[in-house]
Design a protein around this ligand. Structure first.
Ligand SMILES: [Zn+2]
Length: 186
């Protein structure tokens, strides 16, 4: 599936470039990744969550949720149940992502805001904890504040200083969270 999609992206990119040479797998690295990004369109199968779609931790039909690490998912659900007592609801704005989706995110952000800013917020597919299913992005702000305040009781920590929405299992329940990394480049 992913291989087919990538081949299609190459064909489209090659068409844009007017490349006449036959398209083969070996031509992949020579094409600018931003062109591949422009041709790729992430779907729910890639873990794509459209803006404003109100996904939550119970939406197990979505790979964005079902492919999260089971321990992270269990900890987040336990936290969510307790936060509900404070009238707080967790909304998932980012969960598991395919490597193709992560690369598309990075390429799209680079095109929008430039390389330096994009890389501070979006990790490469090799480095992203979302691709491993080990990170989840949560909104709205009151839910973020609740998790930042009480998440460590469940082992949940904010791990990037510039991303108050991004949480990982990063400590033993009840222990302090480790020092945050500055941003996605660190
Ligand atoms: Zn994140």
């Amino acid at each position: 599936m992913a291989a087919l999609a990538a081949t299609g992206a190459v064909a489209v990119a090659a068409g844009i470039l007017g490349v006449l040479a036959p398209v083969t797998g070996s031509s992949l690295p020579s094409l600018p990744s931003v062109l591949l990004g422009a041709a790729f369109s992430p779907s729910a199968e890639d873990g794509f969550i459209p803006d404003g779609s109100r996904v939550d931790l119970a939406d197990e039909q979505l790979p964005a949720i079902s492919r999260l690490d089971p321990q992270l998912l269990a900890a987040m659900r336990a936290a969510e149940a307790d936060a509900a007592g404070d009238g707080i609801r967790f909304e998932v704005t980012g969960g598991w992502r395919s490597p193709e989706y992560q690369q598309w995110l990075l390429d799209t952000r680079i095109a929008e805001v430039g390389e330096e800013t994009a890389r501070a917020y979006v990790a490469t597919p090799e480095q992203s904890r979302h691709v491993d299913g080990d990170a989840v992005d949560i909104g709205p702000v009151d839910a973020q504040y609740w998790l930042i305040s009480y998440g460590s009781a469940y082992g949940i920590c904010q791990t990037y200083a510039n991303e108050p929405w991004h949480f990982e299992l990063a400590t033993e329940p009840g222990q302090d969270c480790p020092d945050m990394r500055t941003d996605a480049t660190g």
